[in-house]
Design a protein around this ligand. Structure first.
Ligand code: NAP
Length: 328
């Protein structure tokens, strides 16, 4: 089978995890990396045996050997990087949060569709084996009809106003960094909500550091979600169904353990479902599956859903008065 040839934009934390994951896929080849600095590109390339290393992202997307580009920059640059890669005719997998706002997301999606190129938000949770199993259980009716999702992702990131999570110039804030996980999780199980209410606590740099959301559905279903970047909490998910419930053990965005309970609260069974490598290999495998099938998007993380979630987050930010430079 011909290998799928990847180019990686950026050499930061997640780009390393993604490169490690790609090396686990037998039909993937990392042919190029692009960085803002040659030294960083060289160091990254040496680590993963990447033959072509560039000191600009422009040079990376111009490389004819690259089939698909992975974008691992801070969210504030995702739209620019997607425009660049799609404009050069490359398929794209872009880190979460997909963009800073829905306008940017809509523009990138339109560009991909016009050009017939593959595009996907790198919502890796949906491809983790335990989550694939969870979706099968729900489709098979193991807990009856899912009625309620409780989910939280709460991390303790040392406060540094320059760090991308606290810096508004880089799209800082808990929602775009960690909140997207419980939000996308609830949407995966219950669909997009009809009503959204929320409470937020803003931090010293003017970005959201802590928030809670209540999703409402016309038939009474609900999701209760929370996230923050200042305190580590048990990051689990409970999915309550009409005939039982499932606990997704921490970490909810890449779990390896699920427990099935009856409505009485009695435990039925624990399931350990480990994953290989860094876990980012599964989303990459989905890109491969789609490209080989001639698909331009994944039905597991559809672009319309990515856009709808960006709109939902835009609406919350508008209520909070949180405006990023990208919004202006
Ligand atoms: N899926 C996950 O589990 C996961 C985990 C962490 C982060 N993420 C996502 O991945 C993205 C990057 O996060 P990260 O933690 O990897 O960030 P990071 O460690 O700060 O790396 C970001 C990289 O982006 C490039 N970059 C371009 N312009 C930049 C600028 N003005 N300031 C800083 N960096 C810039 C840099 O690479 P060069 O210098 O080589 O150009 C930098 O190394 C975010 O969107 C985040 O939400 C996802």
């Amino acid at each position: 089978m011909e290998k799928i040839r990847w180019g990686i934009i950026s050499t930061g934390g997640i780009a390393h995890s993604f490169a490690q994951g790609l090396r686990h896929l037998p039909d993937a080849e990392i042919v190029a990396v692009g960085s803002r600095s040659q030294a960083s590109a060289d160091e990254f390339a040496d680590q993963y045996d990447i033959p072509n290393r560039y000191d600009t992202y422009e040079a990376l997307v111009a490389d004819e050997r690259v089939d698909v580009v992975y974008i691992g920059t801070p969210h504030a640059f995702h739209a620019d990087n997607m425009r660049l890669a799609l404009g050069a005719g490359k398929h794209v997998l872009c880190e979460k949060a997909f963009t800073i706002n829905a306008a940017e997301a809509a523009e990138c999606i339109q560009l991909a569709r016009e050009r017939g190129l593959f595009l996907m938000e790198a919502m890796w949770t949906r491809y983790i084996p335990a989550i694939v199993r969870l979706r099968e259980w729900i489709d098979d009716g193991l807990i009856g009809e899912p009625r309620m999702v409780q989910a939280g992702l709460n991390v303790n990131l040392p406060y540094d106003p320059q760090h991308r999570v606290y810096n508004p110039e880089l799209g800082g804030g808990a929602m775009l960094d960690v909140g997207i996980y419980p939000i996308a999780f609830a949407c995966m199980i219950l669909g997009l909500p009809q009503t959204v209410s929320h409470q937020v606590q803003m931090g010293e740099t003017g970005v959201d550091e802590h928030a809670a959301f209540l999703f409402g559905y016309d038939d009474g279903r609900a999701a209760l979600l929370s996230f923050n970047v200042r305190q580590l909490l048990p990051n689990e998910v409970i999915i309550k169904g009409t005939q039982g419930y499932i606990r997704v053990h921490p970490p909810m965005h890449h779990p390896t353990r699920l427990t099935l309970y009856q409505t009485t609260g009695d435990k039925l069974e624990d399931f350990d479902i480990p994953y290989q490598s860094t876990g980012l290999n599964y989303e990459a495998a989905e890109v491969h599956r789609c490209l080989r099938a001639g698909l331009t998007e994944s039905d597991v993380m559809p672009l319309d859903e990515t856009l709808a979630i960006m709109r939902l987050m835009d609406a919350a930010r508008a209520d909070w008065g949180l405006v990023y430079p990208n919004d202006k």
